[in-house]
Ligand binder design. Structure first.
Ligand code: ME8
Length: 551
């Protein structure tokens, strides 16, 4: 769980350097599911928020295409691995980004020449530095995890694997492997890693992950086998091309190969590298926190590069109490949800309903209830009632407000507080908290409407003029909606744009993208006379009918 206390933000916008966020590069062994999309949406929300600060941002995602797991999936599909990954990336992985509305700046595939070439440069650098040696290895390998396992990592199997020890994640026994491999001297970095952890308490978040990593580093860290000879679907080692690079060892490098690792000084790639690296946040699921928090920093130390500022290990989406996964056939496709609820509701649900950093169970019932309560009744109704009343009482044109009372001052104050709280939450990557902070405005504006009952005021002829109490109330609601549109743009870009449009804001204030979040709560921005048009942000969904359809 992410601690609720405020801590020092680790993300300072150093002059000129982009706020650089990454997701894991996903295995192209099957189509994406909502677990993969979860990390992508989180990264998108985070980076869109930073863009709303008018700060330079770089958001990288992509696909991990080499290694035994992908090779076996291609073989099962009866295809060569390159065509298999080409087809799956084009038909499923890239479209997933549209499905959940991801505004990534780059998409790296590990089969691209830019990755392969730069990985080979990095491999040569490790080798020349003396951090790679040839050795013999015998161990238990889980292809699902693409990882050697220690006996203590395994648990007793069930069903067909009763009596055998299996990988807890994939439920299958790992295979026994004996190979002559090259090794990376991970064990040589124990002291340096511990010193870095000690000096950077927020290097790995949440704290539970930080503690787990520290004990892992202290517990007999072994050198890492980084090459394979039993198959050739990978990047050949430059000094011994009989070996291909271990998939994790090259995959981790993607965060740097995508931004110009070791490009010639003065080149475009070198400038990109200087403008992005080190990454500000590597977002990962806790299943792969060790690779990112132990192996990756040691690799960077070996290469003489700066370490990322933070690794954020979020929790799992669970199905039946277990991690949802492709291999267990518990995967739900993002399309299944967005086809019914749309991408904005999808993003809202996952970022609001699950504490970012903890585990969460997805449920259609919970999603449906939140859609109707929070989105259709809460925000949708607020916007449509406001537009309808301005239409009815003021001919669709925003009136001029009269004198503010304590009720308006309270709404305005809350707007300032909730934007400030959301800003602080974003700096801690407490994404769920950022959403609930903005949402306080939606709840407060609904309460204010109920208390002020503008429909009662509207029955009096003397209220239908500029400066009246009715005018003040509707301007206050419109201003709240304006702040809400800016505050929600990172989370729900489509709906926020519709809301912005309905408030006549593009003509009066410019595009939504160029509204700085820091000053969004400054009051009184919408000028009198602005046309306010009808809007239906979240059409109600008949959940009972949906269930009947499913049955
Ligand atoms: O591990 N809940 O790729 P992968 C939440 N290629 N997030 C989930 C999830 C779940 N049930 N299931 C998957 C790999 N994820 C490597 C990464 S990076 C250099 C290489 C998300 O396809 C989560 O981010 O198995 C997890 O870490 C990632 O997908 C694993 O994706």
């Amino acid at each position: 769980m992410v601690s609720a206390e405020s801590t020092t933000p680790v993300h300072d916008a150093a002059a000129g350097k982009a706020f650089y966020v990454t997701t894991p590069i996903y295995y192209v062994s099957a189509a994406p599911h909502i677990g993969n999309a979860y990390t992508s949406v989180a990264g998108d929300f985070l980076t869109r928020w930073h863009r709303q600060r008018q700060a330079p941002v770089w958001y990288l995602t992509g696909t991990d295409e080499h290694g035994e797991k992908v090779l076996r999936s291609a073989e099962t599909a009866g295809k060569d691995p390159q065509s298999f990954t080409d087809e799956l990336v084009a038909s499923a992985w890239q479209p997933m980004l549209n499905t959940v509305d991801i505004a990534n700046d780059d998409f790296i595939r590990t089969t691209q020449p830019r990755h392969v070439e730069r990985v080979q440069r990095a491999l040569t650098a490790f080798y020349e530095r003396g951090d790679i040696y040839l050795g013999e290895f015998e161990g238990l390998y889980c292809v699902g995890c693409e990882e050697f396992k220690l006996p203590g990592d395994l648990e007793p199997g069930e069903g067909e694997y009763e009596g055998q020890m299996v990988c807890p994640m994939h439920g299958k026994p790992p295979k026994s492997v004996a190979e002559k491999n090259y090794f990376f001297k991970l064990s040589a970095y124990v002291d340096k890693l511990l010193a870095h952890y000690e000096a950077n308490r927020e290097f790995v978040v949440p704290e539970s992950s930080y503690n787990e990593m520290v004990s892992f580093i202290k517990s007999d860290l072994r050198d890492l086998s980084i090459s394979r000879t039993s198959f050739d679907w990978g990047i050949p080692l430059p000094w011994d091309p009989e070996h291909v690079c271990y998939v994790w060892f090259e995959a981790l490098l993607n965060y740097t190969t995508a931004v110009g690792l070791f490009d010639e000084p003065g080149s475009e790639g070198a400038a990109k590298f200087a403008g992005t690296w080190p990454a500000d946040v590597h977002l990962v699921g806790k299943d792969i926190a060790r690779f990112h928090s132990v192996t990756w920093p040691a690799m960077l130390m070996s290469l003489g590069l700066d370490l990322p500022k933070q690794i954020f290990a979020h929790g799992w989406l669970l199905v039946g109490g277990k991690k949802m996964s492709k291999s267990k056939l518990t995967a739900i496709s993002p399309n299944d949800i967005t086809d019914v609820f749309g991408s904005d509701a999808y993003r809202y649900y996952f970022m609001r309903a699950i504490t970012f950093g903890g585990d969460g169970s997805f449920s259609w019932e919970d999603l449906g209830a939140r859609y109707n309560n929070d989105l259709a009744n809460g925000l949708g109704n607020l916007a449509s009632r406001n537009a309808a009343m301005i239409g009815k009482y003021f001919g669709g044109s925003l009136p001029a407000a009269g004198e503010a009372t304590a009720a308006e001052a309270a709404v305005r104050e809350l707007a300032e507080q909730s934007i400030a709280a959301a800003e602080a939450a974003i700096d801690r990557v407490a994404l769920h908290e950022a959403v609930s902070s903005v949402w306080q405005m939606v709840d407060r504006a609904n309460l204010y409407i109920t208390e002020q009952a503008p429909w009662v005021l509207g029955k009096q002829a003397d209220q239908l003029v500029d400066g009246s109490r009715l005018a003040t109330v509707l301007v206050t609601v419109s201003e709240s909606l304006r702040v809400i549109a800016v505050g929600l743009n990172a989370l729900m870009p489509k709906v926020s744009a519709q809301l912005w449009e309905s408030l006549g804001a593009p003509a009066a204030l410019g595009s939504l993208a160029e509204q700085p979040i820091q000053t969004a709560a400054a009051w009184g921005r919408l000028p009198a006379g602005t046309p306010i048009t009808k809007v239906n942000l979240f059409p109600r969904i008949d959940l009972a009918a949906l269930e009947a359809d499913e049955a």
